[in-house]
Ligand binder design. Structure first.
Ligand code: GLN
Length: 254
């Protein structure tokens, strides 16, 4: 079996270690004897229907988002939307996630149109939300990552969050939701990169891609000892960070 992983805007939207997500997908396929091909699809480059078995779209600053938003207006965006409707799995982090909602309104400049895959919209806030995050997901259990965004994402009535924030800000720092899911597409604010620390998420995306090829069954378990250490370390960091923040608030409120 061979999977084609299409990396959207790899050279312009790839911050806070997001490249590691592609490496995690390739590695967990390799360890199961699944061949992979990574195809970078940048601004102005063709997106052919049926070519991709899995999409990854990383985070980026506002200026890179402008180019990506424009690039997806028209046929290319329609192909991506149709692929997601067909059930092709996708992981989009932060800036990529924002542009799969209805729109992203940055601090300055015009509102950027999104693809509207997620029933969600994002408005840049005055304060950046930065730190280690722990999310409780009904489908994936405890998910950890690192966030750094000013965008506040709000979910519409049809949206399904990835999970509930236990530690950190998540979508908007208010409603305790994190991320959004639609079909096999997952949007999240979790950088880190998120996949190496959350193998259950990586395997879900791989299984969805294989299923599109008629594969049935469950993936062979792998030795995830290292991933577990990284995961637990991230949870501990988030916990210590929260304690320090609480002490800071208590001291500064006096
Ligand atoms: N520019 C967006 C924001 O600040 C996305 C940032 C990112 O991808 N980390 O919210």
């Amino acid at each position: 079996m061979r999977l084609t992983i299409c990396w959207l805007y790899a050279r312009t939207m790839n911050i806070y270690g997001d490249r590691g997500n592609v490496l995690a997908l390739v590695e967990r396929c390799r360890r199961r004897g699944i061949e992979t091909e990574v195809v970078e699809i940048g601004v102005g480059e063709l997106l052919e229907p049926g070519r991709c078995d899995l999409f990854f779209w990383g985070g980026g600053q506002d200026r890179e988002q402008i180019a990506a938003a424009e690039d997806l207006q028209g046929p290319k965006g329609e192909v991506l939307r149709a692929e997601i409707e067909r059930g092709v799995p996708l992981l989009a982090v932060c800036g990529g996630y924002q542009l799969l909602g209805r729109f992203y309104r940055p601090h300055e400049g015009p509102e950027l149109p999104g693809l509207g895959v997620f029933d969600a919209w994002t408005v840049a806030g005055s304060q950046r939300m930065i730190g280690n995050v722990v999310v409780d997901s009904p489908d994936f259990g405890e998910v950890v990552g690192f966030e750094n965004h000013s965008g506040r994402t709000f979910l519409g009535p049809r949206a399904r969050p990835l999970g509930t924030v236990r530690i950190g800000y998540g979508n908007n720092g208010k409603d305790r939701t994190e991320g959004c899911r639609y079909h096999n597409a997952i949007g999240t604010y979790l950088h880190g990169p998120v996949l190496p620390k959350n193998p259950q998420l990586t395997d879900h995306l791989i299984a969805c891609a294989l299923t599109l090829h008629g594969w049935v069954g469950s993936l062979e378990p792998l030795d995830d000892a290292l991933a577990r250490v990284a995961h637990e370390e991230a949870v501990e960091r988030a916990r210590v960070e929260r304690q320090a923040l609480r002490r800071f608030w208590l001291l500064t409120r006096r």
